[in-house]
Design a protein around this ligand. Structure first.
Ligand SMILES: C[S@@+](CC[C@H](N)C(=O)[O-])C[C@H]1O[C@@H](n2cnc3c(N)ncnc32)[C@H](O)[C@@H]1O
Length: 213
């Protein structure tokens, strides 16, 4: 007879491996361990309210989030993106993207990927600039994931526009902390010392904050 702790550990590894195999086929900017973290938080994280993602690209992080919340039959994922790429995805830039070069959008790839991994029924796609979507957003958010334009100004704008909707005890996740200058400087200067938030996890630059007030 195997004990519950042994079975739990094995289950976690099997679940990670099984999901990682499917998700690693999707193009995107996310380590699989970060995706697994988002999945677990979407499935079992605190609070009640929508899951909102700012910056979906081709659906990698969206897919992990949707898999988690779907497994628990909880709230859907709202994926906010203009799907025209960040500055670094534009032709000639450091992370030039072939879909942006070819057709100017990643929306087709996003839809294809979300359907391929079986979560299109759990994703509401909002094709809009973050600031435009925020202007009409209503309702509580329990998990906010910000991964759009990584400049200082854009990171601050996304944070300031969307975090007021996050419920107390809810989670705010920021990506690429320690990897991109703008968002890292914003985090260090304006979020880390903010008493309304407490850092609860840092998975290879995916910072998870609990909203305290
Ligand atoms: C780094 S990618 C997101 C990566 C994605 N989370 C993943 O797992 O692969 C950044 C995305 O943010 C989007 N974006 C950048 N600025 C935006 C803005 N102001 N409003 C909406 N989307 C924006 C871009 O179109 C791009 O798809």
């Amino acid at each position: 007879m195997l004990s519950d702790p042994i079975m739990y550990r094995l289950h976690t590894v099997f679940e990670y491996y099984e999901t990682e195999v499917a998700m690693s086929k999707l193009e995107g900017f996310l380590y699989e361990m970060q995706g697994f973290t988002l999945m677990v938080l979407a499935e079992q994280g605190p609070g009640a309210g929508a899951i909102v993602e700012i910056g979906s690209f081709k659906g990698k992080s969206t897919g992990w989030l949707a898999k988690g919340t779907k497994k628990a039959s909880r709230e859907k994922v709202f994926a906010v993106d203009a799907f025209t790429g960040s500055p670094e995805h534009q032709p000639g830039m450091g992370c030039e993207d072939h879909d942006i070069v070819r057709i100017g959008t990643t929306l087709e790839a996003f839809k294809r990927n979300i359907a391929a991994i079986g979560v299109d029924d759990y994703v509401e796609t909002i094709v809009a600039k973050s600031e435009d979507a925020a202007a009409t957003w209503q309702g509580p958010i329990r998990l906010l994931f910000i991964d759009a334009d990584h400049s200082y100004e854009a990171s601050k704008l996304d944070f300031d526009l969307w975090t007021p909707h996050v419920v107390r005890g809810g989670l705010v996740c920021l990506h690429d902390i320690g990897h991109w200058d703008g968002v890292t400087e914003f985090y260090d200067r304006e979020v880390k010392t903010n008493p309304a938030y407490r850092e609860v996890l840092n998975v290879m630059g995916l910072v998870v904050l609990e909203k305290l007030s």
